[in-house]
Write a new protein. Sequence first.
Lengths: 135, 135
Amino acid sequence: MRDVTAAEVSAVLEAIAFNDDGLVPAISQQFDTGEVLMMAWMNRDSVAETLTNGKVCYWSRSRQKLWRKGESSGQEQVLKDFRWDCDSDTVLILVDQKGVACHTGRRNCFFNALRDGKPAVIADVEVDPEDLYGR
Amino acid sequence: MRDVTAAEVSAVLEAIAFNDDGLVPAISQQFDTGEVLMMAWMNRDSVAETLTNGKVCYWSRSRQKLWRKGESSGQEQVLKDFRWDCDSDTVLILVDQKGVACHTGRRNCFFNALRDGKPAVIADVEVDPEDLYGR
């Protein structure tokens, strides 16, 4: 990911259709394997910071503040490419995920599925959450 | 994808945390290549129909009706696996996309990105939209 100028950040902010709450859903995907890691939300500030710093920053709706992914856990996402869709209302960010994406210690957040007729967990915990966030 | 019973559909509907509008964002991914195709929304009826029929059905927020993907264009999505995330508020559906996912005639919807400092289109149109939807 090359350095991004303020003009380029403005062009992306201009292009994206944020919703009435000023947010856009952002899907993160591991750039080399194609694994879908998680979905979270971005506001204008987090889009700008992500593009400028090259590390992914979301907007936490529950905490109502910027959520610099990996800030407390170390499991950061290095930006590889920033894309948006035909309606400009969803973002797809290609990243290099350090460690695990999910706060449960799993590699990605999409570990629930139907198996043998019942909801089941289909991915193992790779890192103890206590090692990510402390006791 | 095996046949899904009414009890299994209920278990999934029970598990998913729909938002205040009764919707959940659904990311579709091509099951064998990992390509992220699009993001749209589902309500309870579209989740139930998708699981039961094995073909993906979204909820169109603009038209306020069920959106059976491919119904008019023929570009349907055959369900391969239905997953949901750690917070149960986002769905990831693995599909076999027939033809192209995007109404612009591109394979996936995420074809905008920054290139040489400017927003650019990074994917070619594969099917003329007029061939998908008529003139």
